[in-house]
Design a protein around this ligand. Structure first.
Ligand SMILES: Cc1ncc(COP(=O)(O)O)c(C=O)c1O
Length: 404
């Protein structure tokens, strides 16, 4: 559609891994990958005017709107999510804010939940009300609470496949059915699951949002975001990119396109490592409790079997001895890195009480399940025995917090 470069037709009807490697690649002068195409503007030709009539967002005109590299990534993620169309942004938050600001107007209402990503939660509860858009926060684990929150002016039902940091798993099928029955636009942030583990559109969602900064990129070296889904809705969202900005830089898109090529190879390693660590932590004397979808005694095990049966690489657990003990544990780790964010090949761990949920009052944190000693870990693809040695040694050195 861009008019620059060619695409390989063979990958159009191929399987997930083949699409992850090839779909959307713009081959220029025989290049195997989409080259970084750093041009802020493009030659005006009659083709461009034809393109604008057909669907403006896929016609290369000016790089504040889209570039060859952002087109490649949007096409690839759209196909991996079984979506009709997609738009690329400079961050996950840009994708979320453009989506909500495009689809909601003064007097509209949406339903979300208290477990949402902090940036999205702030936008919905603090910024949107300034423009006369209201939200009700329901319980992500209870689809009937979403149904009960719907009002005559409700327009959007918003969920995340897996929540942060408690890792609650949303019953996407039930949520999509509620949205359909009430004629709402169903939006799912699928960042924590990745398209490898879950395709919300196939379960009835209209739009799927990703922070490309996480599993899609996969190497902790970029910030990017996407929204994919229904063609007409994507076109409306695109129009807000023209007026509000948020276009992605070609250099970042190049890295993201490269990262996605190995998504289907990285994800099994993340999930297997996380499941193995969850099993060992679950019987460790220094651990109070473990949240992971692979554990039969985990609250969302049954839902997870249906929604994310291949598993997930995120893990959270409660270290005995409270927040002081958890911090000591984190700082005793020699391999696993204390840092926020997730989805990279490197294992990262953090305490939400002094990072992502620092401004959430303690009683609200406790209600959400972020109790003292809570640790969130993005399990990387290192050798699992090295990860376990590191965790076991750090837990051993934390014993004094319990015995003293
Ligand atoms: C679930 C989820 N959605 C959206 C975002 C925002 O993405 P970004 O940091 O790329 O703006 C994040 C960031 O951590 C996230 O965890």
């Amino acid at each position: 559609m861009s008019g620059i470069g060619t695409m390989r037709k063979k990958c159009l009807d191929s399987r997930f891994g083949t699409k992850a490697v090839w779909h959307g690649t713009h081959i220029i002068e025989g290049s195997v990958v989409t080259p970084i195409f750093n041009s802020s503007t493009y030659q005006l030709t009659d083709d461009i005017y034809d393109g604008w009539e057909e669907g403006a967002q896929h016609t290369l005109l000016y790089s504040r709107v889209s570039s060859l590299n952002s087109e490649a990534v949007a096409a690839r993620v759209a196909t991996l999510e079984n979506a009709e169309d997609g738009e690329m942004f400079d961050s996950g938050m840009s994708a979320i804010s453009a989506t909500l600001l495009a689809l909601l107007s003064k007097g509209d209402h949406m339903v979300g939940c208290g477990d949402m990503y902090g940036g999205a939660y702030g936008l919905i509860t603090e910024d949107l009300p300034r423009f006369g858009i209201e939200a009700t926060m329901a319980d992500i684990r209870d689809p009937s609470s979403y149904a009960a929150a719907i009002k005559p002016n409700t327009k959007i039902l918003y969920v995340e496949t897996i929540t942060n940091p408690v890792l609650k798993v949303c019953d996407l099928e039930a949520m999509a059915a509620i949205a359909k029955k009430n004629n709402l636009i169903a939006i799912c942030d699928n960042t924590f699951a990745s398209p490898w583990a879950c395709n919300p559109i196939s379960m009835g969602f209209d739009l799927v949002i990703h922070s490309g900064s996480k599993y899609l990129g996969g190497h902790s070296d970029l910030i990017g975001g996407l929204v994919v889904g229904n063609k007409e809705l994507i076109s409306e969202i695109f129009s807000k990119k023209i007026t509000m900005g948020g276009a992605a830089d070609p250099n970042m898109c190049f890295l993201l396109e490269r990262g996605i090529k190995t998504l289907h190879v990285r994800m099994p390693a993340h999930t297997q490592n996380a499941a193995e660590l969850a099993k060992r932590l679950n019987v460790h004397p220094m651990i109070e409790s473990v949240n992971h979808c692979s554990l039969p005694d985990y609250a969302d095990y049954q839902v997870a079997q249906r929604i994310i049966p291949k598993g997930n690489g995120m893990l959270s657990y409660v270290v005995k001895g409270g927040n002081e003990a958890a911090l000591h544990y984190l700082r005793s780790l020699e391999l696993i890195f204390e840092a926020t964010s997730l989805g990279g090949v490197e294992s990262l761990a953090e305490c939400p009480f002094n990072t992502s949920h620092m401004f959430v009052p303690e009683e609200v944190r406790n209600e959400l399940g972020i109790v003292p000693g809570f640790v969130r870990m993005s399990v990387g693809i290192e050798d699992v025995e090295d990860l376990w040695d590191d965790m076991d040694n750090a837990l051993e050195s934390t014993k004094t917090f319990v015995n003293s």
